[in-house]
Design a protein around this ligand. Structure first.
Ligand SMILES: [Zn+2]
Length: 400
């Protein structure tokens, strides 16, 4: 596995060691070509579908839907070497291990590479798995345009990955994705593995606050309509809201822009983003409503005009109990004891696959929780442990 991860990381590597394989660029194509060669060496039957997903299938003793694993190999502009790539490389490793022992499973197995998971160059993210699961029309995805003006369908053809297989034609019996955690929980707790039971629903809003620009020295405090003050109040409010709600609720103001943004002028405008996440959909809606009520309150109190625009709203995803239990049993049998169940704070292809088949995920630690960064690192033995649990979980599900 280490060799393959290194080979992928060496493509278009930045001076700081970062990976840059943005979806459907030449670097992505080189990564894909490598993965396809590994799949063929592992005697997988390789198919490309019309959104460019790569699916390698291994026959079982019976025909029918395969037990599928996989992830993505595209990265952000300064990505690490494990995000996505680990799940793909480990999936191929599972097949190699079975080949070496001449073990056939009852159901077929499949390893997939989904197109454009990161969504950096083309929106939306998790595009390949979304199209695969029927959540986005292929025609719409192919027409996506990047900021550099490239059309997704044309880029797909240019790099040789506009396949002919119908998206979602191979409907899996189950889907298990192995991924690095990309957060600090396992590393902090000194734990090797977790099973992911759900993913947070995400609410993104843009909040536009309009006040009145005026002189910072001559305007009395009680006569101000200060957009920056409004932005500060919202920032404090969402932090306290998340703390008060507890559970999996988190809240972030990731972007604030002031106009005119000058040292001695009261801001007439503040544009900020609010990111709210919760694995409980009702709680997430309640958080959105509380924020809305608070915005009305401060608009009134401060003489501000506040408008919101919804950018993203996704439902939480709950993974399949039977698959979760299988992963837990396999991990216990391999000597890991009782492993943690956790909520993923990041989006993953498995959440799209959960729309069409029982699905779940396995996490291994990210040292210091760092991801989307060249410093992303997971200990080799943890990579091995995760791949082993994946191997035995897939075998068990495929033989049921
Ligand atoms: Zn990923």
């Amino acid at each position: 596995m280490q060799t393959e991860l290194e080979e992928l990381a060496a493509i278009n590597r930045g001076a700081d060691g970062s990976c840059c394989r943005l979806a459907l660029t030449d670097a992505d194509r080189r990564g894909r070509d490598l993965v396809v060669s590994w799949m063929r060496n592992a005697e997988l039957d390789v198919n490309i579908d019309r959104i460019g997903n790569i699916i390698g299938t291994r026959a079982g003793t019976q025909s029918g839907p395969p037990v599928m694993t996989g992830s993505h190999i595209d990265t952000v502009a300064t990505g690490g070497r494990y995000d996505g790539a680990y799940g793909v490389v480990a999936g191929i490793e599972v097949v190699r291990a079975l080949n070496a022992r001449k073990v056939l499973t009852k159901r077929p197995l499949a390893v997939v590479v989904f197109t454009n998971e990161e969504g950096v160059r083309f929106a939306p993210d998790m595009m390949g798995s979304l199209v695969y699961a029927g959540g986005l029309l292929l025609e719409d995805a192919l027409q996506a345009v990047s900021e550099d003006g490239a059309v997704l369908g044309e880029e797909l053809a240019r790099i040789g990955y506009a396949g002919s297989k119908r998206c979602g034609e191979i409907r899996p019996h189950a889907f298990v994705e192995l991924h690095i955690e990309q957060g600090p929980v396992l590393d902090r707790a000194n734990e090797v593995l977790a099973v992911v039971q759900d993913l947070q629903g995400i609410s993104w809003q843009e909040v536009n606050i309009r006040g009145v620009s005026n002189h910072a020295g001559t305007t009395p405090m009680n006569l101000r309509h200060d957009a920056a003050y409004g932005a500060g109040m919202v920032t404090v409010f969402v932090r306290k809201l998340a703390q008060r709600m507890g559970g999996s609720q988190v809240a972030t103001i990731g972007s604030v822009r002031l106009v005119p943004n000058l040292v001695n002028v009261i801001a007439r405008e503040a544009k900020l983003t609010v990111d709210l996440r919760n694995s409980d959909d009702a709680a997430l809606s309640a958080a959105e409503q509380e924020l809305e009520a608070f915005l009305v309150e401060i608009a009134d109190a401060e003489g501000l005009i506040i408008e919101t625009k919804r950018l993203v709203r996704t439902q939480p995803v709950r993974f399949d109990d039977r698959i979760l239990e299988t992963i837990e049993q396999v991990a216990a049998k391999l000597g890991h004891g009782e492993i943690r169940r956790m909520t993923s704070g990041a989006g993953h292809d498995a959440q799209m696959m959960a729309r069409i088949c029982p699905a779940a995920m396995i996490f291994v630690p990210s040292v210091n929780g760092i991801s989307h960064n060249p410093k992303e690192f997971t200990l080799p033995r943890h990579l091995e442990d995760g791949a082993n649990v994946l191997l035995h979980a897939m075998k068990r599900i495929a033989n049921e």
